[in-house]
Design a protein around this ligand. Structure first.
Ligand SMILES: [Zn+2]
Length: 313
């Protein structure tokens, strides 16, 4: 099995966050592990993407040292290997781990170390790292640095860049300078688009030259755009449970992914955030089959799409 879309900070084990907080003497505002687990998961009544994004604040508090970054990366590779994946791409924003003085290069070095250790311990899995730029207002320098860092470390582990964060607050068109640089350096990329915003956001991501879209499901409201995705062979990294949590759909059953797949769009199955959304690739596959009408043959086809679109071969 392959997974192309999951966030490191959304997949950290609550037990690890608990231990790291003790080690680092950080008060997370939880009296025990059960309460911490609650703070790290999307509540059933979560209303917006923005509110969901708040669930990442807790793990990020302890993801500010090289040791912590190495550990959480190692553990995620371990968790994915134990799930039965043979390939996974893990993404994170280095600029969110600079609170204790690390540089983006140092953050990335620590995660590469963790990923390599994980792959040594579990040789059945190969993992890549995707460096996320963040949607925001005053972070252009940080985003441009992420592109520089990606250029420096691009290789057998770091494999691409991404743009993540609050899409409805910070439109895709605001990030032209970031992707100009990514283009100049020929960096492979995927872009979160068409999740909290509509077809225009997706079109802008395509203008930036992406061949993959994080989510992209709002394309379904624009037939011409769906045709464009098919013609260009754009791969959609779809995360159904996460989309339900961020209110992109009001029930799992109403998710439009089957319509996109049936039309011929290269759809892939992903979990986005295993801890935040209390899911994983196996659970997602079950949901797609039991609640969205996908057959085993469909699932096999989507694994093929994922194989074609993976950044590391
Ligand atoms: Zn995502």
């Amino acid at each position: 099995m392959i997974e192309l879309h999951l966030h490191l900070d959304g997949c950290v084990r609550p037990e690890t966050v608990w231990e790291l907080a003790k080690e680092q003497q950080i008060d997370l505002g939880a009296k025990d592990l059960a309460e911490l687990r609650y703070l790290m998961q999307v509540p059933e009544d979560c209303k917006t993407l923005h509110e969901c994004l708040e669930r990442f604040h807790v793990p990020l508090k302890v993801m500010q040292t090289a040791d912590a970054m190495e550990r959480v990366t190692f553990e995620l590779v371990e968790d994915l290997a134990k799930l039965g994946l043979h390939y996974g791409e893990i993404r994170f924003a280095p600029q969110l781990s600079l609170g204790k003085g690390l540089s983006q290069d140092e953050v990335v070095e620590a995660t590469i170390k963790g990923a390599k250790k994980g792959m040594e311990a579990y040789p059945q899995i190969k993992c890549g790292l995707i460096l996320c730029c963040m949607r925001g207002e005053n972070n252009q320098q940080e985003n441009l640095q992420t592109i520089e860092t990606a250029k420096k470390y691009l290789g057998d582990v770091v494999c691409a860049v991404d743009l993540a964060g609050a899409e409805s607050l910070y439109p895709t068109e605001n990030f032209a300078a970031v992707f100009e640089k990514a283009n100049a350096y020929h960096l492979p990329r995927t872009i979160h688009a068409g999740e909290a915003a509509g077809p225009d956001s997706i079109r802008q991501a395509l203008i930036y030259g992406t061949k993959r879209l994080g989510h992209g499901v709002n394309a379904v409201y624009d037939d011409a755009l769906v045709q464009e995705l098919i013609e260009k062979g754009i791969t959609l990294e779809v995360c159904v449970t996460s989309n339900y949590h961020t209110k992109l759909v009001d029930s799992i059953e109403k998710h439009p992914v089957k319509k996109l797949f049936d039309a011929g769009v290269h759809v892939t199955v992903n979990s986005d955030n295993m801890t935040v959304s209390d899911t994983n690739l196996c659970k997602e596959i079950q949901i797609w089959k039991e609640r969205l009408g996908f057959t085993d043959a469909d699932m096999a086809k989507m694994q093929e799409y994922a194989e074609e679109a993976r950044f590391l071969k």
